[in-house]
Structures are given as C-alpha cells and as structure tokens.
Write a protein that binds this ligand. Structure first.
Ligand SMILES: Cc1cc2nc3c(=O)[nH]c(=O)nc-3n(C[C@H](O)[C@H](O)[C@H](O)COP(=O)(O)OP(=O)(O)OC[C@H]3O[C@@H](n4cnc5c(N)ncnc54)[C@H](O)[C@@H]3O)c2cc1C
Length: 290
C-alpha cells in the first residue's frame, strides 16, 4: 500500500530515497501509466519518488548538435517545441498523436519509454532518431540506446526502484536528413495506435546514405526494419527502391491479431503503405526527389 510521496530537489536525493526504500520505493513522473498499474495491482510501491520538480529535468536543450530531453519533459512540451519541430519532426508528430491534451500535458516522454509498450508513440520515434538514455544508479552513470531498453512487452531492462533515466539524447537532424511519422488508428481522440511507423533518412546527391525505419506493434518492442534499411543504404532515391523497402519491412513484421488493434492480416496489408508514405515524406523533408 502507498505510504509516502516524496518530492526530491536533486537527482542525488531521488537516488537516496530509492535506496532507502529497498525495492519498495519507485520513480514516478506524470503517473499516467503508473497510477493505473498501482490501482489494478500490476505494480506495487510503498513510496513514490516524484522527479518532476528537480530543476533542469523540465528542459529541452540543444548543445553541439545533440538534443537532450529531461525526465520531466512532457509530450505537449515536445509537440510544441520549435527546436523539436525543426530538428526532429518525427518526435514532434509522434508526441502530438498521444492520448488527449490532458494526457499529453502530464505524461513524460521518458515515462513513455520506460513503460516499454511496443507501440508507445514517442518511444518508436526515439528509436528512429537513434536516441540514447542517460541512466543513473548508485553505481554511477551509463548510456543505453533506447532500442536496447526493451525486455519484453511492457517490460523494461531498467529497474525503476533503483535506476533513474535523467535524460534522453539524440542527434539533431541535419539539412540533408528528414523524418516522418505515420500512425494507423481507429478514431481521432484517445486512440491507441494499431500500427505506427517512424523513419529518419539521410541523403547525399539523391541517394540514401542510411535510413532508420521503426515499426510497431509488430514485436515485443519497437522493431527496426533492418532488411528494408539495408536495401536503401547506398541506393538511389526512387519509388521502386522505396516500394522494395516497404515490402521487406512487411516480410520482417510479425503482428498479432488483436481485438483492440485489428487482425494480423489487415495490419500486414497496411504496414507497407505506412512505410512507403513515411519514406516519401522523409525524403521530401531531406531535400530529395523520388
Ligand atoms: C487515457 C490514456 C491514453 C493514452 N494514450 C497513449 C497514446 O496514444 N500513445 C502512447 O504512447 N501512450 C499513451 N498512453 C500511455 C502513457 O500516457 C504514456 O506511456 C506516458 O508517456 C507515461 O509517462 P508518465 O510520465 O505518465 O510515466 P509514469 O506513469 O510516471 O511512469 C511509467 C513507468 O516508468 C517509470 N518511470 C517514469 N519515469 C522514469 C524515469 N525517469 N526513470 C526511471 N523510471 C521511470 C515509472 O516507475 C513507471 O514504471 C495513454 C495513457 C492513458 C491513461
């Protein structure tokens, strides 16, 4: 049963509260996932340690072409940030599609990642951006790629009773790079994604230098379409190559039939369409021409 709610003023204080809780104290940010999980018994905590008032963790910064989001940054902040719109538009678009305005005002991007749902909108975009989490614990600081944080559906490799993600960072997109986000959903408000696709491409002389293509929920976490990425690396920007990549993404996807998200067959039909659309949009934003 919940006995205490602590509001530390520094990361060190937060770590010390977690240590004092000996596995019974847990990090809370927006609480939009955690409070439901506590109420329905999926998770347990005696003490919650709230990170949202720690100075600096509410900030989005750009330094040396690296964008950093603090652990208290909300989806709405990200969606409205000019910096994110200009230098990582895939994330602005993903954040804008989350839940309702109330959820976006409260739910943090870091919480979206740590909660580890395969199709968590911001997390899918962050994997496409090659984002890395800064994780602190009593043994020190480490940096872990967001795509490596998944241990299974709804399971993170992180232990939120002893480890804190303080920030997430990723390179700002350059002029020759573009990104896009596509989401299949049932209705406009409060709809969980049936499929989502995030892509980032880097072009030179109308060729793909590289592409990162992330699709969900078609596996236990956001899934890199590695075959499709390999097809595009070094290839000309052309509709044919994009179609081939979309077909390869479909071949690699393994969605389950779900009452909430639609049948496997339907989603396998739609997935290549989303991949194609996202690639075409990202190419245009990177200054390319199909
Ligand atoms: C009505 C509703 C609609 C929603 N719609 C969507 C949607 O469309 N798309 C979508 O992707 N999600 C959606 N969500 C899910 C949810 O809002 C997000 O996953 C949210 O981003 C979680 O962030 P939070 O700050 O609320 O995390 P919390 O609930 O505070 O925490 C979630 C988990 O992460 C841990 N944690 C949080 N921050 C840290 C940290 N810094 N370090 C270590 N551990 C941490 C907590 O201990 C907990 O286990 C919806 C939720 C609701 C209730």
């Amino acid at each position: 049963m919940l006995q205490d709610y602590l509001i530390p003023e520094t990361v060190e204080q937060a770590l010390s509260h977690l240590q004092g809780g000996k596995g019974r104290a847990r990090v809370v940010a927006g609480g939009t996932d955690l409070l439901l999980d506590l109420a329905n018994g999926k998770k347990e905590a005696g003490v919650l340690v709230d990170l949202t008032r720690i100075p600096g963790l509410q900030e989005i910064t750009l330094e040396d072409d690296l964008i950093r989001l603090g652990a208290a940054v909300t989806h709405n902040q990200v969606a409205k940030s000019k910096l994110i719109q200009e230098k990582a538009s895939v994330l602005a678009r993903a954040a804008r599609s989350v839940g309702s305005l109330q959820i976006r005002n409260t739910a943090t991007v870091v919480g979206n990642v740590v909660n580890a749902q395969p199709a968590a909108d911001a997390a899918v975009a962050l994997v496409a951006l090659g984002a890395v989490a800064e994780v602190v614990s009593p043994s020190g600081k480490e940096y872990i790629p967001v795509e490596k944080l998944y241990a299974g559906v709804g399971k993170s490799v992180l232990d939120s009773t002893s480890q804190i993600v303080t920030r997430i960072q990723f390179p700002a997109l350059l002029k020759n790079q573009g990104s896009a986000y596509e989401r299949l959903e049932q209705r406009k408000a409060l709809a969980l994604p049936m499929l989502n696709v995030a892509v980032v491409v880097s072009l030179a002389d109308n060729r793909f230098q590289w592409a990162r293509i992330v699709m969900a929920p078609v596996g236990p976490g956001p899934v890199r379409a590695t075959e499709a990425e390999a097809i595009l690396t070094g290839a000309d920007v052309s509709l044919g190559n994009i179609e081939n990549a979309a077909a390869a993404a479909r071949a690699q996807a393994n969605p389950r039939s779900s009452a909430l998200r639609g049948s496997r067959e339907y989603r396998l039909e739609v997935l290549p369409v989303l991949v194609r659309r996202a690639l075409e949009a990202a190419v245009v934003r990177a200054g390319g021409n199909c």
